[in-house]
Design a protein around this ligand. Structure first.
Ligand code: PLP
Length: 463
């Protein structure tokens, strides 16, 4: 079938998976007009850090899918864990005091691993749902402790926290708001901690961090501290372009939050489980969050599952509120799904038994060095990253940091050339992100960057 309901003819795509895709799938984060012309890249198999398409082309998955497939694409132990749980008990829920062994074991394990003291784990299916649950719990918390006016939540421009109505409101990217009638009220955005792009020429990283903390404090003052409930941040911003915080940033931000009794939510959906070279980026940046969200690497993406850690202060308030109402009226059918929980539990076991965080620490120096080497290209303005995450930003003029116009074409062009060389990366505007599976070796890092360099070389010659 080559004709969609809208009458679009995709004769070039033939009667293939591509044409059926164009006729039937509404793709997230996709330009539909371009997609109708090109069709999808249909991935059919995975092996280690590689995936291959329906034409047999193999690619290094330089983004671990969507920052998530930490153990690569063929970890047999996860398949076995899922199969075993499917055979034992494929589903049971957590509502009304029901539970299952994998859910209990996973929650206990996460609390044992928690980077700061935490009291309970709430399970959901995606990062967005974990964020949404955090927002609802912030509001519930303040109502329960008798501060109903303290409700506003501050996020950051270019932050990414999901796409549900409330989590997309926290997300600080225009494309997630425009035409969607977002953000909703009670959501505010403060400055992006991108030193290279946003700092004044005379500012050191520390000066810049001080200015951003002052700007946050000004916002809180302007809104009224009694109305500001919480602040949410990714330790390293991911989808906003991989923004690594400047020195002293979180120290200064946390001082401001403490001054006005504002809750701190660390969004570790990308950073959690080793990405920055520590189990949690909360340790990397010495954070003291009241809540932490995790997803993605929690199950190495083999099952959809996310978790929200809450501390004792939050739990005590939720308990008080639920006593008053009769029940805590929140939860998803699949909260703590036993198959997803069993896979996540096995993922965490593999992290420990295979020393995955130690492995990240061993290879991340080489990854960051090869990333920094990309600065030799005339149109690479900045390389940035930490651990096994990073990005390079393309500019029209390196000295003046002048962006290309229109924004985004350069990032897209380079990501497409990388794909042709056999590396899947992700362009976010004119920044191109790298976030490979945590199991990547030094040799594979070299192979990946050699291919990226070939792509960048070809692109430099063409422009
Ligand atoms: N938070 C962060 C930091 C993310 O990177 C993402 C997704 O990329 C989310 C939340 C939302 O997760 P999901 O796409 O699973 O809803």
């Amino acid at each position: 079938m080559t004709t969609s309901d809208s009458g679009t003819l995709n004769a070039g795509l033939g009667n293939s998976a591509a044409s059926r895709d164009v006729a039937s799938v509404l793709h997230p984060y996709t330009n539909f007009t371009a997609h109708e012309k090109t069709g999808p890249l249909v991935i059919t198999k995975g092996n280690g850090i590689y995936v291959s398409d329906d034409n047999g082309n193999s690619y290094i998955e330089g983004m671990a899918g969507l920052w998530c497939a930490s153990l690569g694409f063929s970890e047999k132990r996860l398949v076995a864990a899922a199969t075993k749980q499917l055979e034992t008990l494929p589903f049971y829920h957590n509502f009304a005091s029901r539970s299952t062994d994998p859910t209990i074991d996973l929650a206990a394990k996460l609390l044992e691993m928690a980077p700061v003291p935490m009291s309970k784990i709430f399970f959901a299916n995606s990062g967005s749902e974990a964020t949404d649950s955090a927002i609802k719990m912030v509001w519930y918390y303040h109502n329960a402790i008798g501060r109903p006016e303290k409700k506003k939540i501050i996020s950051r421009k270019r932050g990414y926290h999901g796409v549900t109505v409330a989590s997309a409101s926290l997300t600080g990217l225009p494309g997630n708001h425009k035409l969607f009638d977002l953000p909703i009220d009670r959501i505010l955005h403060t400055e992006t901690p991108h030193f290279w792009r946003e700092a004044q020429p005379y500012e050191t990283e520390e000066d810049f961090a001080t200015r951003l903390a002052e700007s946050l404090e000004d916002l809180i003052q302007a809104e009224g501290p009694e109305t500001v409930a919480a602040f949410i941040a990714e330790p390293i911003m991911g989808a906003g372009g991989v923004v690594v915080p400047p020195r002293t940033y979180f120290e200064k931000i946390q001082e401001v939050l403490a001054r006005y009794d504002i809750l701190f939510i660390a969004d570790e959906v990308i950073c959690g489980f080793g990405r920055t070279g520590r189990l949690f980026a909360t340790e990397t940046y010495r954070l003291k969050p009241d809540m932490i969200t995790v997803a993605k690497q929690l199950s190495s993406a083999y099952q959809p599952i996310s978790a929200l850690f809450i501390n004792e202060k939050i739990y005590a308030a939720l308990k008080k509120g639920a006593d008053e109402v009769g029940v805590f009226g929140h939860g998803f059918t699949y909260s703590g799904h036993p198959v997803a929980a069993a896979v996540a539990l096995e993922t965490l076991k593999i992290y420990e038994e295979d020393g995955i965080v130690d492995h990240v620490r061993e290879v991340m120096g080489h990854f960051q060095k090869r990333l920094r080497d990309l600065n030799k290209f005339d149109n690479v303005g900045e390389t940035r990253g930490r651990g096994l995450i990073g990005a390079f930003e393309l500019v029209a003029d390196k000295c003046a940091k002048t962006p290309f116009t229109p924004t985004g074409w350069a990032g897209k062009a380079v990501a497409e050339l990388c794909l042709k060389e056999g590396v899947i990366l992700r362009a976010m505007g004119d920044s191109v992100a790298l976030c490979p599976p945590l199991i990547i070796t030094d040799e594979q890092i070299d192979d990946m960057f050699d291919k990226i360099e070939v792509a960048l070389g070809k692109w430099q010659q063409a422009i």
